[in-house]
Design a protein around this ligand. Structure first.
Ligand SMILES: NC(=O)C1=CN([C@@H]2O[C@H](COP(=O)(O)OP(=O)(O)OC[C@H]3O[C@@H](n4cnc5c(N)ncnc54)[C@H](OP(=O)(O)O)[C@@H]3O)[C@@H](O)[C@H]2O)[C@@H](O)CC1
Ligand SMILES: Nc1ncnc2c1ncn2[C@@H]1O[C@H](COP(=O)(O)OP(=O)(O)O)[C@@H](O)[C@H]1O
Ligand SMILES: [K+]
Length: 554
């Protein structure tokens, strides 16, 4: 499990260490320099560097792992990055201090370092160390944006040390102007397919909302972020998270300290998902494994019914009851003959995929309203068979008449969340939700009572406890029907864990986040770097679950 620490939590944790004289900045700067050196070396194979300089195996991302790159030991050794150029963007605080000390290490390794001081006062000891290492310094008074851009374009690496945990709001001038210019040039280079330097952010990409993942102004997207001590929420949460690139957390000595008192922002890893998944045992039969009722698909959109059923079947439901008009259920049966199309008791509901909110299929609407009555408990348990958890997707989100329990999971994308909130009297657009996804997911949770799973490149799940932020899927997953498959997978996980979530409603968000991981991993497996169809994603789910349960997290 990845648990993010807010800026205040970091400060509280580091204070006793700093008071005791633990050299946190020194450790941070050394780790930062090691990472930058490793990255430069990897990106400059032509430099003729002997491979033995990188000790141990490579990480899963193909990069040297933490602590595996040995710095050159004596002057005159041909260091991997010798002759490379690094541009440091240095702000006023300790984040800039980290960059300056790291720059001194880089300079001693033969890197041509230029530090751009974006504040008139910067970390004094860091600056002294940098000057002592004979790096070039561009003072704030000499700073010209086009010249900085030209330096960046000529560099092998740009180190972004403008602001870190002390960042407040959008970057102010001149940092904001420089970052905007660099971000624009980087975007243009990417669009044109021309090379651009490797960008390493110090602790966080400068200008993001450290605690809330906001992007209030310009931010230079990083290829890598070297975070000190722990993830910060902004490295996990949208819209900022993708700007961090690949995140390396360096333990500067906080590792043994207690983390945040209250879980704020979490990301599940495979082990956590394995703990949510329920593998059947010898005493299980199909009903103990969980029956999923799927009310999805209409004559207009039959495919959504097929895909929601596919997600539920492939995720390992004991039984899937697919309910709908015959043209839909016959298609579901032809693809999934293991489904049944008769009603009966269920342990969870999947409601709404492929059911438009225009009331054009009265039969499906009636089934959804009936199931919602069971979920909310407004109808007697004798009639409904009792309260069960549910996935409320697509058209079913327009049919809410009562406050929902947390065991109901709404699964909107940004546009659907905007529609939902507008219906509840908030003036909100899709762009508003995209700018502040967590804020609006929380607002929807408060307004409806339900757990809210807001889909996107980073999917967030909000209930009464921690916020989960999952980024497990390739962008190829943004394809029609992918959400229907997710609804089915989640339905199965909720059914298999129905007794647990009924006993502890707050568990629902963790089950929902686990479903997002399974879905995202299945997309990655099915994609293999290329396009996927929603059906491919469903087909890959059994293999993903086997890998996660088998501890094979490769
Ligand atoms: N925790 C750990 O284990 C370790 C932490 N370490 C490091 O310490 C970092 C935190 O350092 P920090 O507290 O000095 O904050 P940091 O962000 O560098 O500077 C704040 C400065 O930026 C300015 N500023 C703020 N917003 C701005 C804006 N929008 N636009 C422009 N300027 C803005 C602000 O100015 P002000 O707003 O106050 O006028 C102030 O001068 C942390 O991220 C990590 O890198 C490591 O060294 C050791 C291990
Ligand atoms: N850029 C992206 N990267 C990764 N996953 C994405 C991206 N954009 C969307 N997704 C995922 O793709 C799925 C799309 O679902 P949805 O929008 O409901 O599609 P549909 O309604 O057609 O089924 C969601 O799981 C979402 O999280
Ligand atoms: K930074």
């Amino acid at each position: 499990m990845i648990e993010a620490w807010t800026a205040d939590e970091m400060r509280a944790a580091e204070k006793p260490l700093l008071d005791a004289g633990v050299p946190l900045m020194d450790r941070a700067a050394r780790a930062l320099a090691r990472t930058v050196l490793g990255d430069i070396a990897r990106r400059r194979p032509a430099a003729g560097m002997p491979r033995r300089r990188v000790a141990g195996s490579l990480g899963s991302d193909g990069l040297p792992g933490e602590g595996r790159v040995r710095p050159a030991r004596r002057a005159g050794t041909r260091a991997p990055a010798r002759g490379a150029a690094a541009l440091l963007l240095v702000g006023a605080g300790n984040n800039g201090g980290d960059a300056l000390f790291a720059g001194a290490h880089l300079a001693r390794e033969g890197v041509r370092v230029t530090a751009v001081l974006v504040a008139s006062e910067v970390h004094a000891a860091g600056l002294a160390a940098l000057r002592a290492a004979r790096a070039e310094v561009i003072e704030r008074s000499e700073l010209r944006v086009p010249a900085v851009v030209a330096r960046a374009e000529a560099a092998d690496a740009v180190v972004d040390g403008l602001t870190g945990a002390g960042s407040r709001g959008a970057l102010r001038p001149p940092a904001g102007g420089i970052v905007r210019a660099l971000a624009d040039v980087r975007a243009a280079a990417e669009a044109a397919g021309t090379p651009w330097p490797w960008v390493v952010a110090v602790d966080v990409p400068s200008g993001i909302g450290v605690d809330d993942g906001a992007v209030p102004g310009p931010v230079l997207p990083a290829d890598r972020t070297v975070a000190f001590g722990a993830y910060k929420p902004g490295l996990l949460l949208p819209p900022a998270a993708p700007l961090a690139g690949s995140v390396t957390v360096t333990d500067v000595g906080l590792g043994s300290l207690q983390g945040p008192q209250f879980a704020g922002t979490l990301r599940l890893e495979d082990d956590d998902v394995a703990a949510v998944l329920r593998a059947p045992g010898p005493r299980d039969h199909k009903y103990t494994r969980g029956v999923v009722g799927v009310v999805a698909g209409t004559e207009k959109f039959p495919g959504a019914g097929v895909l929601a059923a596919a997600g539920a079947v492939r995720a390992g439901a004991g039984l899937v009851r697919a309910l709908g008009p015959v043209p839909v259920t016959s298609q579901i049966l032809s693809r999934h003959p293991e489904a049944v199309t008769v009603g009966g008791r269920v342990q969870s509901w999947v409601l709404g995929p492929g059911i438009p909110s225009d009331g054009s299929d009265a039969g499906q609407d009636r089934r959804v309203y009936g199931a919602l009555a069971a979920v909310t408990g407004v109808l007697d348990a004798e009639v409904t068979g009792g309260v069960v958890p549910a996935v409320i997707d697509a058209g079913a989100m327009a049919m809410l008449e009562h406050r929902l329990p947390e065991i109901a999971v709404l699964t909107p994308h940004a546009g659907e969340l905007a529609t939902l909130m507008s219906g509840l009297g908030h003036e909100v657009t899709r762009a508003d939700v995209e700018a502040e996804p967590v804020r609006w997911a929380r607002a929807a949770h408060r307004a409806t009572g339900a757990t809210v799973l807001l889909k996107g490149a980073v999917t967030v799940v909000v209930g009464s406890g921690a916020t989960y932020a999952q980024a497990d899927a390739p962008a190829w997953l943004a394809t029609a029907g992918a959400g229907d498959v997710l609804a089915g997978i989640l339905g199965t996980l909720l059914a298999s864990r129905a007794a647990d979530v009924l006993a502890d409603h707050a568990l629902t968000s963790r089950v929902a986040a686990a479903a997002v991981v399974v879905h995202g991993r299945a997309a990655a497996l099915a994609s293999g770097g290329g396009p996927v169809t929603a059906s491919d994603v469903a087909d890959a789910v059994p293999r993903v679950i086997a890998r996660i349960l088998g501890g094979d997290h490769a």
